[in-house]
Design a protein. Structure first.
Length: 195
């Protein structure tokens, strides 16, 4: 939660909740989120029951133009086995998450392009979008929304992986981006000049 002080001296709380993380074709990431600004009612001439805090809600999207940090991409990769299971593309394999996580060759058939998270008063759901390579071509598949409180066998691992992705997406919004390789390029040029 970010907090800032406005001229009135009232503490304003700003919270962000990720609603989607989508990889872009050029290597960037589109992050959408809900932003809530909470302003407490600090009038002195009223009782506690009369206080009416103000909340301002908005939907927003990232304006970050940089490539994502590898940690964000890794957080997306963690969901690949879940995507294979939930897209029903196991090709006769058993829906065993640990075994699928170890089958790197099989998981390479799947590319997760993004997740969409919906929140309601009691829980959250997440759907995933991506592709699956088959012997006949590439299928674009979007999974059904899966509830974090539902009956998906691996729901705990799934919800933790989605929340980890959301944490990395928030860090991306706050400036955690891919390291710059330009400095490495200059270091290599200096080393070549010494030879």
């Amino acid at each position: 939660m970010n907090t800032l002080t406005v001229d009135t001296g009232v503490q304003v709380a700003i919270t962000r909740r990720i609603t989607s993380v989508m990889l872009k074709s050029h290597g960037g990431v589109d992050v959408r989120f809900e932003k809530t600004i909470s302003i407490p009612d600090e009038r002195e001439d009223i009782t506690e029951d009369e206080r009416e805090d103000i909340e301002i809600h908005s939907d927003d999207k990232s304006d970050v133009k940089s490539l994502p940090h590898p940690d964000l991409l890794h957080a997306m990769e963690i969901l690949r086995a879940h995507y294979a299971i939930l897209a029903n593309q196991l090709g006769g394999r058993e829906a065993d998450l640990p075994a699928l996580d170890d089958d790197v060759d099989f998981l390479m058939l799947f590319k997760l392009e993004g997740v969409k998270i919906n929140y309601d008063s009691s829980s959250a759901t997440c759907s995933m979008k991506g592709t699956s390579s088959t012997q006949f071509g590439t299928l674009k598949i979007e999974t059904a929304p899966i509830s974090f409180d539902g009956n998906y066998q691996w729901k705990d691992e799934f919800s933790h992986a989605v929340m980890h992705l959301c944490d990395e997406a928030l860090r991306y919004l706050d400036g955690k981006i891919a390291p710059s390789n330009q400095l490495d390029m200059f270091d290599q040029a200096d080393a070549n000049e010494l030879d």
